[in-house]
Design a protein around this ligand. Structure first.
Ligand code: SF4
Ligand code: SF4
Ligand code: SF4
Ligand code: FES
Length: 376
C-alpha cells in the first residue's frame, strides 16, 4: 500500500491509484469533468488540479499517480481561482439554458458552475459549435452543449471497441464526429449508447427522454436486463409509469455503467399495447375443450389485435392455461412416448426457472429434448 496525505489527512491506497481516484474513494471531492473511473485519464479539462508539497506548480490529479509520502492539497485560494477560470471558459462556449435543459439537476458543469459561483461568463460569448444531429432512432447529438471532455470518444474506443467517433478539427471548430461527419448509422456505431451514458452534459441525450420530464420528477427502478444470460444491471428512469430511458449504474457487478443496444434502447415493448398479458388458447382447441360454445364468434376483448390474428385465440386465466398444457403434454407422452415432446426455454427466465424447466423435462416428462434461445 502507498501512504500519502490529502489535505493533511493520512490515507493509504493501492499502487497504481491516481490522486483523483484516491481522493474520491476517501470522500474528498475534487472537481472533474473529463475523468471517468472506467476510462484512461486524458487530462483534458484541467479542473482537477491539485497542489503537491515540494512542487512549484499544480498538477492534474487524474493523471498523477499517488506516491509514497506525497502531501496533496485539494483546496486552496490558488486552486479555487484556477478552477473558477476554467469553469468560466467552459461557460463561455456553452448555452446556459439550464431552466429548460433535460440535464438540469444531474449536469456536472451546472454543479461546478454553482459550486464556484459562475452564473455567467466574463469572456466574450459566442457559441463555436451549433451542429444539431438527429440522425438515428436512439439518441440525438446537440453539439452546442458539448464541452469536448472526450469521455464519449474514449468509451467508444476503450470499452466498446467500435471507434465510431473522434474529436475532429482543432480550436473552435473542434467537435465530436464520425469519420467525414457521416450519419451515425453509416459509421461503425453499434448504438450501445455508452457515450450517452458518460456524457456529463446535455450534448448526448436519449431520444425518448427529451422534453419528457425534469430529473427530480423521475422514478428510478433498478432491475436485471431480461434479454440475455449476461444479466446486466439496469436502472430504468420512469415518469407516470412510463419508461423514459435506461442506464447502467456503477454498482452493477456484471456491467457497471455499460449496456448493449438491447438493454439500453430495447425496452419499449414494456408499454406496448399489443404486449401479451394473458395466456391465449387456440380457438379450435378452446371449443374442443368446452371453453367456448361458438368456435367462430369473435372475442369481446379486442386488446389482442391483428398482429397475432386474435380472432384465432381465446384469452384464459393462468390456471386454465396450465391445466390445458399439462393435459396436452401428458396425452402426447401417453400416445407417442416422451421423446415426442420437446421443451424450449428462454434467456428471459432466471437461472432458477431454467433449472426447474430442465428438471420438468428430464424427470417429469422423461426426455432430453430441451433447448434454449441463447440470445434474442
Ligand atoms: S448541459 Fe448543464 S450547464 Fe448546460 S444547460 Fe444543461 S444543465 Fe445547464
Ligand atoms: S453508441 Fe456506442 S458505438 Fe455508437 S458512438 Fe456511442 S459508444 Fe460508440
Ligand atoms: S459529447 Fe459529451 S461526452 Fe462527448 S465530448 Fe462532448 S461533452 Fe464530452
Ligand atoms: S478530470 Fe483531470 S483533467 Fe479533467
Amino acid at each position: 500500500m502507498i501512504s500519502l496525505t490529502l489535505d493533511g489527512r493520512a490515507i493509504q491506497v493501492q499502487p497504481g491509484t491516481n490522486v483523483l481516484q484516491a481522493a474520491l474513494s476517501n470522500g474528498i471531492h475534487i472537481p472533474h469533468l473529463c475523468h471517468h473511473p472506467d476510462l484512461r485519464p486524458s487530462g483534458g479539462c484541467r479542473l482537477c488540479m491539485v497542489e503537491i508539497g515540494g512542487r512549484p506548480n499544480p498538477a492534474a490529479a487524474c493523471g498523477l499517480l499517488a506516491e509514497e509520502g506525497m502531501a496533496v492539497t485539494t483546496q486552496s485560494e490558488r486552486l479555487t481561482e484556477m478552477r473558477r477560470e476554467i469553469i468560466d471558459l467552459f461557460v463561455s462556449d456553452h448555452p446556459l439554458r439550464c431552466v429548460t435543459c433535460d440535464k438540469n439537476g444531474v449536469c456536472a458543469l451546472q454543479r461546478y458552475a454553482y459550486d464556484y459561483g459562475i452564473s455567467e461568463t466574463s469572456f466574450d460569448f459566442e457559441l463555436s459549435r451549433t451542429l444539431y444531429q438527429d440522425d438515428n432512432p436512439m439518441f440525438v447529438r446537440d453539439h452546442q452543449y458539448c464541452i469536448l471532455c472526450g469521455r464519449c470518444t474514449r468509451v467508444c474506443d476503450e470499452i466498446v471497441g467500435a471507434n465510431a467517433i473522434e474529436i475532429s478539427g482543432r480550436g473552435f471548430v473542434s467537435h465530436v464526429a464520425t469519420p467525414f461527419d457521416w450519419a451515425m448509422s453509416d459509421s461503425t456505431c453499434v448504438f450501445c449508447g455508452n457515450c450517452v451514458q458518460v456524457c456529463p452534459v446535455a450534448a448526448l441525450m436519449p431520444r425518448g427522454r427529451i422534453g419528457m420530464g425534469r430529473e427530480w420528477e423521475l422514478e428510478h427502478v433498478r432491475t436485471i436486463c431480461g434479454y440475455c444470460g449476461v444479466g446486466c444491471g439496469i436502472d430504468y428512469a420512469a415518469k407516470d409509469g412510463k419508461i423514459l430511458y435506461a442506464q447502467g449504474f456503477p454498482e452493477a457487478v456484471v456491467n457497471g455503467e455499460f449496456l448493449c443496444v438491447k438493454g439500453r434502447f430495447g425496452w419499449d415493448f414494456v408499454g406496448n399495447p399489443e404486449r401479451l398479458t394473458r395466456p391465449l388458447v387456440r380457438r379450435d382447441l378452446a371449443h374442443r375443450l368446452g371453453l367456448i360454445d361458438d368456435p367462430f364468434s369473435l372475442p369481446e376483448e379486442s386488446v389482442f389485435t391483428s398482429r397475432i390474428g386474435v380472432e384465432n385465440f381465446v384469452p384464459v386465466d393462468w390456471e386454465t392455461a396450465v391445466d390445458i398444457v399439462a393435459g396436452q403434454l401428458l396425452g402426447t407422452v401417453e400416445a407417442h412416448g416422451p421423446d415426442a415432446v420437446a421443451g424450449l426455454t428462454s434467456a428471459r427466465c432466471t437461472n432458477e426457472d431454467n433449472y426447474l424447466f430442465q428438471k420438468l423435462m428430464r424427470v417429469g416428462i422423461g426426455t432430453n429434448n430441451i433447448d434454449h434461445c441463447a440470445r434474442l
